[in-house]
Design a protein around this ligand. Structure first.
Ligand code: AVI
Length: 321
């Protein structure tokens, strides 16, 4: 008799795992599945690593420039954050805004663990009302825009260079979709990691302690847990590489031997060759000039950019005119 985990699971996760691992050519798994409870915690640990300067740069800019940033945007009543994570660095923007007026903050997260952490972190701020949405970005954003009264401005935060996890063609499409639900006077604060020395970038995604490796490997462990698969984690290794043509770091999981993996919950038997990889994430990097062009293509205007010198990173303020 089939046990619970051996049964076919009909979920979006099972469908996406099946589609990604049977893809002709390069096998892949969507990076959004890196963020279960364990993965979200590991990502928080990555943000503390000396080699991963991205989060500290993002936070430094918000800490230093939040009053200036909000002075440059039409003062919003509503703030929606796409992929808030734990929300730690958002505190600076919310504190600056709530000095002027009561602010409604909507973290939009697919990870319930991250959303709970964010609610704990920012739920008690004076003059800030928090309503979390456990939804995909655009679905959450549509729900937020439905709440506002005529004349009330919305500011969308998309921090931490999470935009870099989209493929470049999908980026333009996504930003256009964000723009389509916004109105004149609304703003978007977009964080973009700036391209830097190749070795610095590689170390940021392949740290010597192995936290990023654990973050990546946890995806196989998650498939074992949730879809009753029999991945032997010791038969894989974490691989980070710089794709200079696409200007992105790619994370892969490389099979260390020829092997078969049974993913019962997805009704799938996968045969992997020695050396073959499963692509799990892309982190695109940008020039300092690129965001202004991206803004124009998506129907925004870039008003201002603040950059960090210690770890080249940019906060870009876009406005809908
Ligand atoms: C969430 N995102 C912006 C991170 C990044 O840098 O692409 C995720 C990450 N992957 C490995 N380390 C961090």
């Amino acid at each position: 008799m089939a046990t619970q985990t051996q049964q076919l699971v009909s979920s979006e996760f099972a469908t996406d795992v099946r589609a990604g691992l049977t893809k002709p050519g390069q096998r892949e798994l969507p990076s959004k599945y890196l963020y279960d409870e364990v993965g979200s915690e590991l990502f928080e640990a990555i943000c503390l690593l000396p080699e991963y300067g991205l989060t500290r740069a993002d936070t430094r800019l918000l800490q230093r420039y939040s009053p200036e940033i909000i002075a440059r945007m039409p003062l919003p009543t509503h703030v929606a954050e796409l992929g808030s994570g734990s929300g730690k660095k958002t505190r600076f923007i919310l504190e600056a805004l709530s000095k002027h007026r009561r602010t409604y903050y909507y973290p939009i997260e697919i990870s319930p663990a991250a959303l709970a952490a964010c609610e704990k972190e920012l739920g008690q701020l004076d003059f800030v009302s928090l309503v979390g949405y456990e939804k995909p970005y655009l679905e959450g954003l549509r729900a937020v825009t439905a709440r506002r009264e005529p004349g009330e401005h919305l500011c969308v935060l998309f921090l931490g260079s999470t935009i870099g996890n989209f493929d470049r063609p999908a980026t333009d499409d996504f930003l256009r979709q964000v723009r389509s639900v916004l109105e004149p006077g609304d703003s978007l604060l977009l964080g973009t990691d700036i391209e830097k020395d190749e070795n610095v970038q590689l170390l940021a995604y392949d740290d010597p302690v192995g936290v990023t490796a654990a973050f990546n490997m946890n995806l196989l462990a998650r498939i074992n847990r949730e879809l009753g698969a029999d991945f032997h984690l010791r038969d894989f290794r974490h691989l980070a590489l710089w794709n200079s043509e696409e200007r992105r770091i790619e994370m892969h999981l490389q099979s260390l031997r020829r092997q078969r993996v049974n993913i019962a919950g997805a009704g799938l038997l996968v045969r992997l060759e020695e050396g073959e990889t499963i692509w799990t994430e892309s982190s695109h990097k940008y020039s300092a000039q690129e965001p202004a062009k991206m803004a124009a293509r998506a129907g925004f205007r870039q008003f201002e950019q603040w950059t960090d010198q210690e770890w080249p990173f940019a906060q870009n303020l876009w406005i809908v005119e």
